[in-house]
Ligand binder design. Structure first.
Ligand code: EPU
Length: 424
């Protein structure tokens, strides 16, 4: 098994080129199923989750070609007129986001059978809202033998009102994609406002879909008869950007980030400034993060966009271990997203958890140790902790990192960190 060793103590300085967004690419690739033809995706990040998605799309009958360029990949995806309608357990269990083929398949073929994704390290993560929404568009939904089997009577979904009980990102994306080919008008109420939903809507519009209101909590879709393949640009990854911003503040460094979507990072930027870091916009997609003074404690609560992202919670916790005083972090999106707390404790952090709130007392000098990553963002948090820990931190199960961070080791080493991959 591969692990990453981090030798702590370096302050990060230099420029990091950020990659395309994982959580935008995944729904975009799946939405290509909606239209026959040759789709082109640019600025696709090099990630295991992308490889898993392409594997699933090939299983469904698509052909894919990955063209490597210096910074990112171009993916040519050919979607035929005949598609498979079934996403099997072996492929879905590799990646929960596989459920994003459900809406596009059902809309295009009039039926879809997708394995239930099951729970994961950060919570139970049901898909009841996706199914309730598809039912509101007329689908007959049955669950048996671990699969969700959906059928659109007469072969076509029909528009309707979908009101989500909670904000769900992939739920909104599944319904948005499904509604593009439904007959008539669909309204998605209490829709997710995340930039990744907007990226999907932009792609669907390039394919000929009629959508308005993306980026607000009410999205309106006027269904069309058919969509066409087109070319798309994957937007930059706001969570990757945020992770490097925290790394700069944590190590008392000076990082310039290229292609950082600063406008999507207001909650993080404001928290970083309160904590004592300087965040400077150098243009619409470039920023510089520095810190010279001491870190101050800042308490926060995760919530749907535009509030503080749950995907930045673990990284923020590391930063707070180095701030003078007590801070709290409340996790309101997932019920079990504090798996990194005991691992940080092994490095010497002073943390306690009560329900959905963690309390961090700092500053505590961290000491390198062997730690185990439990999910993607927890892995990133442990790498960050390793950057400021004395000695060497060995992080096990780093395949989680490869799911969602494009060349994290190379990018961090490029700005002065000391990381290496080793085999255990
Ligand atoms: N939920 C339900 N029923 C549903 C759908 C969601 O109860 O049908 C609950 C979830 O269990 C959770 C909350 O609603 O408690 C929000 O979940 P959401 O559906 O928004 O999460 P997701 O769409 O499965 C995406 C990202 C996650 C990110 C969350 C929240 C992708 C592929 N994944 O997940 O990203 O944390 O939104 O912003 O877009 C990551 O990148 O590390 C990651 C986990």
């Amino acid at each position: 098994m591969e692990c990453i060793e981090v030798e702590g103590g370096a302050s990060l300085r230099g420029t990091v080129q950020l990659s395309g967004s994982k959580n935008a690419s995944l729904p975009m690739l799946c939405a290509a199923l909606l239209a026959q033809g040759d789709h082109v995706f640019r600025s696709v990040p090099r990630l295991r989750d992308i490889a898993s998605t392409l594997k699933l799309l090939r299983h469904l009958g698509c052909r894919s070609e990955v063209v490597q360029s210096t910074q990112s990949d171009v993916i040519n995806l050919s979607v035929g007129d005949v598609l498979g309608a079934e996403a099997p357990y072996e492929l879905v269990c590799e990646m929960r986001a596989s459920v994003l083929v459900l809406g596009p398949l059902l809309a295009r073929l009039g039926r879809a059978k997708v394995s239930l994704p099951g729970g994961c390290a950060i919570g139970t993560r049901p898909i009841d809202q996706h199914l309730k929404g598809l039912e509101a568009l007329g689908a007959r939904v049955q669950l048996h033998h671990g699969y969700v089997d959906c059928e659109a009577p007469g072969g076509r979904l029909r528009g309707g009102d979908v009101c989500f009980d909670m904000v769900t990102v992939t739920g909104t994306e599944n319904l948005l994609a499904a509604a593009t080919l439904a007959e008539g008008r669909t309204r998605l109420l209490n829709a997710a406002r995340e930039p990744e939903v907007v990226a999907l809507a932009t792609m669907l519009k390039a394919m000929g879909a009629r959508i308005s209101g993306e980026g607000t909590s009410e999205i309106v879709i006027e269904g069309v008869e058919a969509l066409q393949a087109a070319s798309y640009e994957v937007p930059p990854d706001r969570i990757e950007a945020g992770t490097y911003m925290v790394a700069a503040a944590l190590t008392g460094g000076d990082l310039t980030l290229e292609d950082a979507p600063l406008a999507q990072l207001e909650a993080l930027t404001s928290a970083l400034r309160k904590a004592g870091a300087a965040v400077e916009a150098l243009g619409p997609s470039r920023c510089r993060v520095t810190r010279s003074g001491p870190l101050r404690p800042v308490s926060l609560t995760t919530a749907p966009y535009p509030e503080f992202a749950t995907d930045m919670q673990a990284q923020w916790m590391v930063l707070m271990t180095q701030a003078r005083g007590e801070s709290t972090i409340s996790e309101r999106i997932f019920e079990n997203r504090f798996m990194h707390v005991p691992e940080l404790g092994r490095l010497g952090a002073q943390l306690s958890v009560d329900g959905d709130t963690a309390t961090v007392t700092g500053p505590t000098p961290l000491e390198g140790a062997v730690v185990t990553a439990t999910d993607l963002r927890a892995s990133a948090c442990l790498v960050l902790a390793g950057l400021v820990a004395h000695g060497v931190t060995r992080i096990r199960r780093v395949y989680h990192l490869d799911r969602g961070y494009d060349d994290l080791v190379g990018k961090l080493n490029g700005v002065g960190a000391r990381l290496r991959r080793v085999r255990e």
